[in-house]
Design a protein around this ligand. Structure first.
Ligand code: DOR
Length: 293
């Protein structure tokens, strides 16, 4: 792979590996820190139409090779905008959510001129009225995408793996005018504490992330690459340079990294250094989707 600036889904990125939504994306300082740590671009924590406190705890559980969360989309809503001061020229992508196309349109407009693109969170597995409930309905996905496009910003649509046919949702985003698809958000999951005889997470259900879901994410990227024309950004359990290459061979033009950043904030530099030092020196264009033959 050849290092350098790349353009994916209408956004100029410093390299192929971005910070995924949610993780360290709650303040301008943490976003700037991840860019300094070598992220090719950074996605914010999801911002919605009203301030939201999130679910009662415990909100996170960590297991070998996996993490489970049910944060419940906590966010300060419009007050977040100030965090972006000084970052308007940087590759920052605002993750946004809503329950209706109108709400997506409203929140999208707040970010015009302040970020390089929007990432629509249509995929949180455990938020009443938001997220996967909206993201499993192709018509809603198409309408929400179209509403966000009115902002004039490039629109990426982040999909849930918790559907029977992800290509149906990807094609709906494409019809709505999406500039890229991000695949995928967390896998709906649950664990029970055998000591307390209750679900581990306060919310009961949560979203699984980390290396355990990498094969699910690769499968989703593969299916979307076969069905869709727009670029796909791979997300889900990426934790090594080899994972990045594998995602790209499945069809991803770039990747987002979440859980692995919590373990090690130096991961971007480590991954990109070994990525761009690989034998063969292929161009990214040569490996994207190459496994499809
Ligand atoms: O797993 C997730 N947790 N996915 C989301 O989209 C939102 C997040 C949360 O805030 O609960």
């Amino acid at each position: 792979l050849i290092p350098g600036e790349i353009t994916v889904g209408g956004v100029r990125l410093h390299n192929h590996c971005m910070l995924a939504a949610g993780v360290l994306g709650t303040t301008g300082a943490s976003l700037a820190r991840m860019l300094r740590a070598g992220a090719g671009g950074v996605v914010t924590k999801s911002i919605g139409p009203e301030p939201k406190e999130g679910h009662k705890g415990p909100c996170v559980a960590v297991y070998d090779g996996a993490m489970m969360n049910a944060m419940g989309l906590p966010n300060p809503s419009h007050d977040f905008i100030g965090e972006l001061d000084g970052l308007t020229e940087s590759p920052v992508i605002a993750s946004i959510f809503g329950g209706t196309p109108e709400e997506f349109g409203e929140v999208a407009d707040w970010f015009a001129g302040r970020v390089q693109a929007l990432e629509l969170n249509l995929s949180c597995p455990h938020a009443e009225g938001y997220g996967a409930a909206v993201g499993a309905d192709p018509d809603m996905v198409e309408q929400c995408t179209r509403a966000a496009k009115h902002s004039g910003l490039p629109v990426w649509v982040k999909l849930t793996p918790n559907v029977t046919d992800i290509t149906e949702i990807g094609l709906a985003a494409e019809r709505g005018g999406a500039d890229a698809i991000v695949a995928v958000n967390t896998v709906k999951a649950m664990r029970i504490s055998t000591n307390f005889r209750r679900p581990v997470l306060g919310n009961g259900m949560g979203g699984l992330s980390g290396p355990a879901i990498f094969p699910v994410a690769v499968r989703c990227v593969w299916e979307l690459y076969e069905a869709c024309e727009i670029p796909i950004i791979g997300c889900g359990g990426v934790s090594s340079a080899d994972n990045v290459v594998e995602m790209m061979m499945a069809g991803a033009s770039a990747v987002e990294i979440g859980s692995a950043v919590i373990e090690d904030t130096e991961i971007f530099r480590q991954i990109t250094e070994s990525l761009y030092r690989r034998d063969g020196g292929e161009c990214p264009e040569d490996i994207v989707g190459c496994a499809h033959a």
